[in-house]
Design a protein around this ligand. Structure first.
Ligand code: 3HC
Length: 318
């Protein structure tokens, strides 16, 4: 018992000294467990997040928009792979994680359970969803677990392109016809509140935040990052000339932040618990893609086995 206590003390001292924890280091089981949970859900979010946008690749209004959207969706797949690899350094295997997604055991970000009804939604997703993801992910570049922090550095570089291309789509629409500007406003109306929900429940209702802050997995709380996102995004909406759908939104000089209205936490938990507009459709699409892609995995594994056998034979001869 004494030894475990010492190990936990040394671990916490390393965290408090802002040292990075690496895969081979001793870590509390609960630290490992919550990291697997969060990193796997982050990876699932990247992969499921490809679906709402993929839905518009064939309908992009120009070749330039199509190329940018193709590049973004492809980036998201890569982000998912980095994150599954980061999770695997904690001793889980990818197939298990993917099975947990397909069977509903693992979560992914609520935001991807909303439908993309118009081209303006692709702009709103880039601007708001990737904008919110960047806020969170820049913070995670300083997370205490080494592989996760390093994956975030690479992902954040690509996310800024994602946010820019989304914002430019909306800027183009807002400077277009009345109908195009109305399309942009409609998208903001539908994506604003679900984007605020991406940061998780409020701190008082968050099950993990306190411990995650102690272990420096999180460097800011859910509410702190949400506030940072609101403060950064309101002026961008003003520049676009569209209105954020929150009558309580207003600058609070004494706080130095925007005050904003109450979030619909019933809607949040409904969506998180599988009853959002697109939850079933998203998982069905993921399961179908995984099943149809089985032959690619089998061929890749067979080729790797063959190569391994050939190299072993060559080494024997040499
Ligand atoms: N959607 C779904 N589930 C959510 C959620 C959301 N928006 N917010 C919170 N939850 C879940 C948590 O997973 C947890 O459930 P669990 O115990 O079963 O895992 C529960 O609600 C309680 O929430 P907590 O705030 O206590 O949980 P966390 O401390 O894990 O904080 C988080 C939630 C802020 C989302 C954190 O997990 C996190 O920072 N994750 C990494 C970032 C991430 O996953 N972002 C998702 C979007 S990725 C993306 O947008 C890709 C971009 O390229 C488009």
């Amino acid at each position: 018992m004494e030894k475990l206590h010492d190990l936990q003390e040394i671990f916490q001292a390393r965290i408090d000294a802002d040292e990075k924890i690496e895969p081979k280091d001793w870590m509390p089981d609960a630290y490992r467990k919550t990291l697997i949970r969060q990193i796997a859900q982050h990876a699932h979010s990247e992969i499921v997040g490809m679906l709402p946008e993929g839905n518009w690749i064939s309908r992009a209004p120009s070749l330039r928009r199509k190329v940018a959207l193709l590049a973004k969706v492809q980036d998201e797949a890569g982000h998912g792979l980095y994150l599954y690899s980061a999770a695997e350094t904690l001793g889980v295997d990818r197939e298990t994680l993917i099975d947990e997604l397909h069977t509903g055991k693992a979560k992914y970000s609520s935001i991807f359970n909303y439908p993309t009804l118009s081209w303006a939604d692709i702009g709103a997703i880039g601007w708001l969803v990737d904008g919110a993801a960047i806020m969170n992910q820049v913070m995670l570049t300083r997370t205490s677990y080494g592989p996760y922090a390093r994956a975030m550095v690479r992902i954040c570089k690509e996310e800024s392109f994602h946010q820019r291309q989304g914002y430019e789509i909306l800027l183009t629409l807002c400077r277009g016809s009345e109908a195009q500007k109305a399309m942009a406003q409609d998208a903001l109306n539908r994506w604003w509140w679900p984007s605020l929900m991406m940061f998780g429940p409020s701190d008082k209702d968050s099950q993990h935040t306190e411990q995650s802050m102690r272990w420096r997995i999180k460097r800011k709380t859910n509410d702190e990052i949400r506030q940072q996102f609101v403060d950064a995004t309101v002026p961008q909406a003003e520049f676009l000339g569209i209105t954020i759908p929150d009558p309580d939104l207003q600058w609070n000089e004494s706080r130095g932040h925007y005050d904003f209205g109450p979030i619909n936490w019933d809607e949040f938990w409904q969506v998180v618990n599988g009853n959002g507009p697109c939850n079933r459709e998203r998982i069905r699409a993921r399961v179908k893609a995984h099943e149809e892609g089985a032959w690619v995995r089998e061929a890749a594994l067979a080729y790797a086995e063959k190569r391994k056998a050939r190299n072993a034979a060559a080494t024997k001869v040499a």
